[in-house]
Each structure stands twice: as C-alpha cells, then as structure tokens.
Design a protein around this ligand. Structure first.
Ligand code: CA
Length: 231
C-alpha cells in the first residue's frame, strides 16, 4: 500500500541539529520541513498541518513552551519537545504545556526517530493503522488495541498493553527495567523500577496459555522468548 509520507515539522534554530534531525527523519521515510523560528512554525502548523512537530525549547523569537501552548489551542497534533538538561520536564509533558514527549539534548538521532514513530503510533488510532505483532501464539494489534492468546481475546490495562507491545516489538532482546520505564511510562522515575516488576507479573498472570514467555533476566530486566527459543 503506497501512502503519502507523513510530514514532520522540525523547529530548531541550531542549523546543524535541524539538518541532522531532518536527515534521520527523511531516512526513516518521513517528509520534513524545518524552520528556525516559533512564528514561522505556527504558520506552517496552520498551513501544512504536519503529522508531528519536533520543537526546540529555546528559539530566538519565542519560547518553545509558548509555541507548544499555541499549537495546543488549535489542534491536538503531537509535539515532541527538545529540551536542555535542567528543564522541568514534568511541566513540559504535563497539562500546562501539553507536549507528547520530550528528549534531552544531546540526544541520539536514532532514538529521536523511534520516539517520533511511537508518538505517531499513539496518536493514530486509525483502524488498520498499525501492523499486528505476533510472537508465538500471542498477537497484539496496536490499532485495535487488542491482544489475543491463540483465539482468545485477553483484556489488558493500558500500561500492561504498552508493556506487552514493547516486548512484542523486540522479542528475544533483553529490555532493562529502566528502558521499559522510559518506553512505557514515558520517562524514568528513578527507583520506581518495581512498577515494571508488578506489571510484568500481572501480564504473566493474564497471558494464560501463551507459548511466548516473559523471562526474567536476573539483575538486568526481562525478555519475551519465542516458543522455538525455549530449551
Ligand atoms: Ca535552540
């Protein structure tokens, strides 16, 4: 199915950062527009209706927070904020500003691309918008928000679903508790890794009859093991 590439607007006044972010996003299949100012960003948001905005916090003409608030006044288009290390991230992704996610500079551009993808996936509740992920007899449909073990539909809570999705996207790989916290809960709560343990236990209890297993890797984290990999 040939679809038009989704447009990502990159708002960043540091030309070198703007160009490498644009290059990585293009390489990942997105169409990209860049601008260095908040004022032009707001115009482009209105005229081009991008699928997502990557927004630097420190712009020459306007505060990125202000730009984000103004975007929020007219649309719920996803915003991924680029911040400096000492910013109050709770505020940025909280209700006050309303960004969907944030990354702290300096960041890994590959990770930025995967965050963009994740935010867009969350934002598009469109039927058929996501591929069904299957590991063993466990299948997860991101678009329908549905999990099955064999033919049986399993009811999961939102965080359990996102946790299982993280496992299903990287079967066989060990995911650390910190990584899972960041992927599923949005950002790291230091010392809150027990949250992950509790949710993994709930997932295991609910996935009755699954032949793919969430294994504990002691001292590291968890991995989802396909039935063929089980000794
Ligand atoms: Ca800047």
């Amino acid at each position: 199915m040939a679809t038009k590439p989704q447009l990502v607007l990159v708002v960043e006044d540091e030309a070198s950062i703007a160009s490498f972010v644009a290059a990585y996003l293009k390489n990942a299949g997105y169409a990209v527009r860049t601008t260095a100012t908040g004022a032009e960003a707001l115009k482009l948001v209105a005229s081009e209706k991008p699928a997502l905005v990557v927004l630097d916090l420190m712009l020459p003409d306007m505060d990125g927070v202000e730009v984000c608030k103004r975007i929020r006044q007219s649309t719920d288009m996803p915003v991924l904020m680029l911040t400096a290390r000492d910013e109050d991230v709770d505020k940025i992704i909280g209700l006050e500003v309303g960004a969907d996610d944030y990354m702290t500079k300096p960041f890994n551009p590959r990770e930025l691309v995967s965050r963009v993808r994740a935010v867009l996936r969350r934002a598009s509740g469109m039927p058929g918008g996501g591929h069904v992920l299957a590991v063993g007899n466990v299948s997860l449909d991101p678009a329908r928000h549905e999990v099955r073990v064999g033919d049986t539909v399993v009811t999961l809570r939102a965080k359990e679903f996102e946790l299982l999705e993280a496992f299903c996207r990287q079967p066989g790989l060990v995911l650390t508790r910190d990584k899972l916290l960041e992927d599923v809960w949005g950002f790291a709560y230091p010392g809150e890794t027990r949250t992950v343990d509790v949710h993994v236990k709930q997932l295991r209890d609910k996935l009755v009859g699954a032949d793919a297993k969430i294994e504990t890797v002691w001292g590291v984290g968890y991995k989802l093991v396909k039935p063929t990999e089980t000794p």
